[in-house]
Design a protein around this ligand. Sequence first.
Ligand SMILES: Cc1ncc(C[n+]2csc(CCOP(=O)(O)OP(=O)(O)O)c2C)c(N)n1
Length: 327
Amino acid sequence: MEKRVTQIDDQTLLRLHRDMLRIRLVEEAIAERYGEQEMRCPVHLSDGQEGIAAGACLALRKTDKIVSTHRSHGHYLAKQGSLKAMLCEIYGRAPGCVGGRGGSMHLLDDEAGVLACLPIVGTSVPLGVGVAYAAKRTGEDTVVMVFLGDAVMEEGVFHESANFAALHSLPVVFVCENNNLSFYTSLEVRQPDRPMTDIAKAHTITIKELDGNDAAAVFEAASGAVTQARKGGGPSFLMCNTRRWREHCGPRYDYELGQMTEREFEALRTDCPVARLDAQLRKAGLLDDVGEETLRAELGREISQAFEFACNAPFPELKTAGDHVYA
Ligand SMILES: Cc1ncc(C[n+]2csc(CCOP(=O)(O)OP(=O)(O)O)c2C)c(N)n1
């Protein structure tokens, strides 16, 4: 068996691979069934970005908390949110994690530490910082991980919150998924001559820029940031570079919309976080064809059962339509 370079133990590498593959298969199944028109909410899929969700969340304890964005499925699943509750939510069914009223962009799972997923760009940041502030004031041993897209750096609330987190040395880890795009506008157009790490540096936060398609690297960086936060060392900002494969919102691939050529898309796909770790595990003798088939079959069973559960679950009762409405 060949020796690996990474310091991460074998079980952790296998777990990272499993978590990424699970996210990929769930989202592929969503994309495949989306055209049936039974899921009536918008979906922002994250194929190509799974390394960040899996690597960052694995650095957390169950009691730690995350706040996510509109592109949230990967974070929710990596933090062990319930798959059945997530699919019921996307199908608008009563056992959904917010009773079938919120859809894909409003997932939460208290028990797993998924506090909220929020569709308004930038709002994951003040919410997470507020929770970290509360944890610090009450002496609770909790680290809060805040996921944000690169477009959030262009919202004033990021800067106010990051400044506050630094001033109060809060136990928070900002994980920026830099997929280079806000809808279809690239960073080169939005922020010419202004590297985002420089923007974050202004808040005197510990900063690390890394390859988001390397789940092991994300895990290592996130573990360091979480340890620092837990010890009272204050916030970190991890800028994880990646690319999304599908359209901004919906099941199609970007080349199908003419946003890139098929050739460019194929080039993007050669840097797949799942395939990368897969190859590494095989090289190290930790995974082979049989192992991979067994894993895919096991995940496939779990996923089809969860879809079946969601598709057969009841819709919320009409008489509850006014519940939780404060107006
Ligand atoms: C405050 C606000 N402005 C605009 C939008 C519309 N909007 C939805 S997603 C999005 C782009 C977000 O880009 P980014 O945060 O980088 O995440 P990505 O979609 O690339 O994962 C925008 C502008 C919004 N939801 N909220």
